[in-house]
Design a protein around this ligand. Structure first.
Ligand SMILES: [Fe+2]
Ligand SMILES: [Fe+2]
Length: 216
């Protein structure tokens, strides 16, 4: 896998996704351009929400490892991601510390709660795992898109670099979750479900209030 980013686009698997292409990472609806400005009203709020997103990503990986301990590749691939996501949490915490800010209170994750309503619970255990991985991939993809916007448009140069690192990491996680889903289902089924999730997620994004105190 080959991933890097430049000011003109995110490169995934050698395929350039230009900035003007609204289907970044396959997402059907680009983030409202007003969102980055809104995040700058309270850096404390956006950092707090970001910190909890990283915690939840680590917890999701741990939960998948515990629930599907028989899945060799899953356990081996997700174990280092737990460490990485927890490292992300600590990086955000350090950013709060720099500003003498507390961690703050965790808020309801409306975006993820809406996504969960779309989750299928197929009878076959591995299919259920693939479904969870596809949803996880989508959350990573949307996070990546949002970190990219922050890395490009926040006024603070240090924060630009800060968000750029997250963008690259979450792009890698998105690819990994899709690949793992293909292992436990079939690539065709994963592709079909991915497209269904993308369409559903676009509706969520259209209906969710644009808020500067949320990563999603
Ligand atoms: Fe992360
Ligand atoms: Fe991630």
């Amino acid at each position: 896998m080959f991933i890097f980013a430049t000011p003109t686009g995110v490169y995934l698997d050698m395929k350039i996704i230009p900035e003007e292409n609204k289907h970044v990472l396959g997402l059907k609806l680009p983030t409202d351009p007003r969102w980055v400005d809104l995040t700058q009203i309270s850096i404390a709020d956006i950092l707090t929400d970001h910190a909890y997103c990283e915690q939840k990503a680590a917890l999701t990986c741990i939960s998948l490892i515990q629930t599907y301990s028989e899945c060799y590749e899953l356990v081996r691939e997700l174990s280092p991601v737990v460490t990485e996501e927890w490292g992300h949490f600590r990086t955000v915490l350090a950013e709060l510390d720099k500003r003498n800010l507390p961690l703050g209170i965790q808020r309801k994750d409306l975006y993820v709660n809406e996504l969960k309503k779309f989750e299928l619970k197929p009878g076959a255990r591995k299919e259920r795992l693939a479904e969870r991985l596809v949803m996880f991939a989508l959350i990573e993809a949307r996070s990546c898109e949002r970190f990219r916007l922050l890395s490009l448009y926040v006024p603070d140069d240090d924060l630009k670099v800060f968000y750029h690192k997250f963008m690259v990491a979450e792009a890698g996680h998105y690819r990994l979750m899709i690949e793992l889903a293909g292992l436990y289902s079939t690539p065709d089924k994963v592709e079909q479900r991915w497209q269904e999730y993308l369409a559903y997620e676009a509706e969520i994004m259209q209906n969710l209030e644009v808020r500067g105190d949320r990563i999603h």
